[in-house]
Design a protein around this ligand. Structure first.
Ligand code: FDA
Length: 583
């Protein structure tokens, strides 16, 4: 075996979780080595929805404009169409991904960023390139084999897949971002709740190229669902199209019976099936690839063991409904990376790292269960038509015909169908609360008695809060007359204290605390005549504290602590709060 390679953090896996961790750690000044067993990043489109929280992280990293330039923007995602085929009769639409007027307003109020559609195929290289520019070492064709933990380090064995040679890496920490079948998670014995591939249905994806703009550009959406007698691999009657690039790159998706195994597939069969979805076999189609996947419902209660931390699909695997996979993986990395940096740089004790499990394990559970629940809404559409999961073509044809009957039975069926179609919104952008409302309870958050108990927020609607453990709410401030978000003035690896004009005494208290602890602590006094002004009055309305109170914001822009006002007792507490959080 060759000489030992040394680094601060070794990351296994260059998917969204590992790539984001490599970028964040490198930006924080941590020496990072990222390895991936394959020759390159994801060749398939995979996850595609990038929600507002992830866009906020990209904004902090200076990648928001890059992402927007290569993504499909929100206004082109909203028409989620249900029809008999792409060229056939429409059966209804939902206003997906925040496209209703109410949801658009809620999105605009919740964040300075808009969600977008950026398939993993494009997302990963964007983040990897930025990580590389920030100094991360990235090595493809390199496979994690095993590790052993020592008192001050982890020694991992990696294999160069080009030569077959094994070598060792000594790092202070090891991150397992190696996906659903994580070897790292297995090696630290993480226990899971739930399982992979748990339903009877598998799914088949066929990637293809076809200019479908004549049928979609006037009703732009990320997905088109088809209910058609006999459609699908064994005639289940349902299939869908997912847009990868408007309007020429697509994935067609069908379910199949897992017990019977994936259907035999070749280019001719794939083309025939795509044409069934399109409802017109004269449309030119080029088949690019096909693959199978299954619905998962699995999460870990514990995410780490000593110096090894797992993130992303390694600790939460779920259905693609609600588009939470890539997002949660990046957000895991955002939670963990600043803590690792602070510990490695001697600004916090290792106990801070225990908060990673406490904060992210409940999120893992929530998103897995939420995404799984969304699956039932598709089954409910069938039920609303009086159909079983595998209806005969004749039954389905009868139900679809009845949808158009001007009778009371037809009206009842239409009402049931409408209700079922509306409920599918939960899986296509209706989870704004799940995306935005994390509430952390841990040793890295300091709640006071008068903060009360944390309340479970809505899954569907964004709820702003400055209770410690909540994400700092976004409001617009101004700097030299230009709008700047509260999120823009926090983060970037530093703690920040926000206060109003009469809270100026906090500046010297914060500076003394920062000096004593040897940390960076930015203070922003927000008000007239200051470099940041509360021009709209929204900061005062949102802050939840008096003008002379303060919000202490963590490097990941979660509220660490809040002081309702600036009485001397409260001010003295700042130091002890920071000491408690940084252990
Ligand atoms: P990810 O699986 O992306 O990355 C793991 C990395 O680890 C890979 O780079 C792999 O090569 C590497 N690796 C594994 N073992 C290794 C080893 N021993 N040594 C070195 N490297 C190793 N989600 C969603 O929200 N919407 C969607 O539509 C879809 N669609 C979808 C389709 C398909 C076909 C799949 C497989 C998955 C999805 N997903 C999805 C899920 C989404 O892709 C997933 O949640 C994220 O990719 C998770 O990111 P991670 O970085 O955690 O794992």
């Amino acid at each position: 075996m060759n000489a030992m390679v040394e680094t601060d953090v070794l990351i296994i896996g260059a998917g969204p979780a590992g790539a984001a961790a490599a970028l964040l750690l490198s930006r924080y000044g941590v020496k990072t080595l990222l390895v991936n067993k394959y020759p390159g990043s994801s060749p398939g489109p995979r996850a595609h929805i990038v929600n507002q929280r992830t866009m906020e992280i990209l904004r902090e990293l200076g990648l928001e404009d890059t992402a927007k330039a290569i993504a499909t923007p929100q206004p082109l995602l909203g028409d989620h169409v249900y029809a008999t085929s792409l060229t056939g009769e429409e059966l209804g639409r939902i206003k997906a991904w925040g496209s209703s007027p109410e949801a658009l307003a809620a999105h605009a109020a919740a964040s300075p960023c808009a969600m977008c559609d950026l398939p993993q195929l494009y997302f990963e290289p964007m983040v990897l390139q930025a990580a590389s520019l920030a100094g991360a070492q990235i090595r493809f064709q390199t496979e994690y084999v095993s590790h052993r933990q020592e008192s001050e380090a982890v020694v991992s064995v990696l294999k160069d897949r080009l030569t077959g040679a094994e070598f060792q890496v000594r790092s202070a920490y090891l991150l397992g971002a190696d996906g659903a079948r994580s070897q790292v998670a297995q090696d630290i014995g993480l226990a899971y709740e739930g399982e992979l591939g748990l339903t009877a249905a598998g799914s088949l994806n066929v990637e293809f190229t076809a200019d479908l703009s004549p049928w979609v550009a006037h009703r732009p959406g990320d997905m088109y669902w088809f209910v058609q007698p006999g459609l699908g691999i064994r005639g289940q009657g349902i299939g869908s199209l997912r847009m990868i690039r408007p309007w020429h790159k697509w994935v067609a998706v069908w379910g199949y019976d897992l017990a019977k195994g994936p259907p035999p597939m070749d280019e001719g069969e794939a083309t025939r099936m795509v044409h069934r979805l399109l409802g017109d076999d004269s449309i030119p189609v080029t088949i690019d690839a096909w693959s199978n996947w299954t619905i998962n419902r699995r999460y870990a209660h514990q995410l780490s063991h000593e110096r090894v931390f797992c993130l992303g699909d390694a600790v939460h695997c779920h259905s693609p409904m609600a588009g939470l996979g890539l997002n949660t993986s990046v957000q895991d990395a955002y939670n963990l990376s600043w803590k690792l940096a602070w510990v490695l740089q001697g600004k916090a004790a290792p106990r801070l790292l225990a908060s990673y499990d406490k904060e992210r394990a409940p999120v893992a559970k929530q998103i897995v269960e939420y995404a799984y629940d969304c699956g039932r809404y598709i089954a409910d559409m069938f039920r609303s038509l009086g159909l079983s999961a595998n209806p005969s073509p004749e039954q389905m044809a009868r139900s679809l015909a009845q949808l158009k009957e001007p009778t009371s039975a037809g009206a009842a069926l239409r009402a049931a169908w409408r209700e079922a179609v509306d409920s599918t919104l939960a899986g296509f952008g209706g989870a704004h609360g799940v995306e935005m409302n994390q509430r952390y309870v841990s040793n890295a958050v300091f709640a006071e008695d008068d903060d009360g108990e944390p309340k479970a927020p809505s899954e569907f609607h964004h709820e702003a809060s400055t209770r410690p453990g909540a994400p700092l709410p976004h409001v617009w401030l101004t700097r030299h007359q230009h709008r700047v978000s509260t999120l823009d003035v926090c983060g970037k690896g530093r703690f920040t204290l926000l206060t109003g004009l009469s809270g100026q005494a906090w500046a010297s208290v914060a500076s003394a605390a920062a000096d004593k602890l040897g940390i960076d602590l930015d203070v922003h006094v927000i008000g007239p005549g200051q470099s940041l002004e509360d021009s709209y009055g929204d900061f005062a309305r949102m802050s939840g504290v008096a003008e002379n109170g303060a919000l202490l914001i963590r490097p990941d822009r979660f509220v660490a602590w809040r002081a309702r006002n600036d009485n001397p007792e409260q001010r003295e507490r700042l130091l002890s709060v920071l000491q408690s959080i940084l252990s």
